[in-house]
Design a protein around this ligand. Structure first.
Ligand SMILES: N[C@@H](CCC(=O)N[C@@H](CS)C(=O)NCC(=O)O)C(=O)O
Length: 215
């Protein structure tokens, strides 16, 4: 199995963590990426396989897929243990929704911060940060009575840890008042699969003179 991802890819980090959690023997290939030139020149396999021209991609024999959530589904089916979706129907539905919201709702504000390129004082960036804090508040409420976002440890936790970690680089860290989120982030970073992945990304950041978030 081979994962094609980037050294600073939030969606790729999701898949790296899940693969590590499951102990899957998987080659990891990093596409060319630099802060200055981003994903240019585009990796030929990304260009060929993904009309959205994005990483991550997963190759497993005849299987060639893209999109982190699709990759989650594939590895969950092929390597069911340890399970990363909760067993119960309702809990699983909640986990899937939280994973989607992290990728598609929280991420909208994240994109605004990316466009602001470090200037957190523009009107757009201020709104994005406020929205993100609202999102953290909702997650904090959930985590007040739970160890993990959807009950058992799941892809929802992996997705949101990655989103909040990368958001922290851009000025979108959770406020200290969200102590359940803070404690959850500490539990997350203590997991070897999460720790190893974030350590590698932190090393890339530090080689580029960008301080990595401290959890
Ligand atoms: N929904 C996709 C999003 C993938 C995505 O946005 N990948 C980013 C890196 S984190 C990328 O390749 N961006 C390059 C570009 O959009 O030009 C997924 O879950 O994999």
């Amino acid at each position: 199995m081979k994962l094609v991802t980037g050294p600073l890819s939030m969606f790729g980090a999701k898949t790296q963590i899940a693969i590590a959690e499951k102990g899957i023997d998987c080659e990891i290939e990093m596409v060319p990426f630099s802060i200055q030139h981003r994903y240019s020149p585009l990796h030929p396999e990304v260009e060929r396989l993904n009309p959205k021209r994005q990483v991550p991609l997963l190759f497993d024999g005849a299987v060639q897929i893209f999109d982190s959530t699709q990759i989650f589904e594939y590895i969950e089916h092929k390597f069911p243990s340890p399970a990363l979706w909760p067993a119960g129907t309702a809990e699983r539905a909640e986990a899937r929704l939280l994973e989607l919201k992290s990728d598609e709702v929280f991420f909208q504000d994240f994109k605004t911060l990316m466009s602001a390129a470090g200037n957190t004082q523009t009107p757009e960036a201020r709104v994005a940060i406020e929205n993100m804090q609202g999102y953290y508040r909702a997650m904090d409420d959930l985590l007040a009575s739970r160890e993990w976002l959807a009950g058992s440890y799941s892809y929802a936790d992996i997705a949101f840890l990655c989103a909040s970690w990368f958001a922290s680089i851009l000025g979108g860290a959770p406020g200290v008042e969200f102590r359940h989120v803070g404690d959850w982030r500490k539990r997350m970073i203590a997991r070897p699969a999460v720790n190893q992945t974030m350590k590698e990304i932190s090393a890339f950041l530090s080689r580029n003179g960008i301080p990595a978030p401290v959890i």
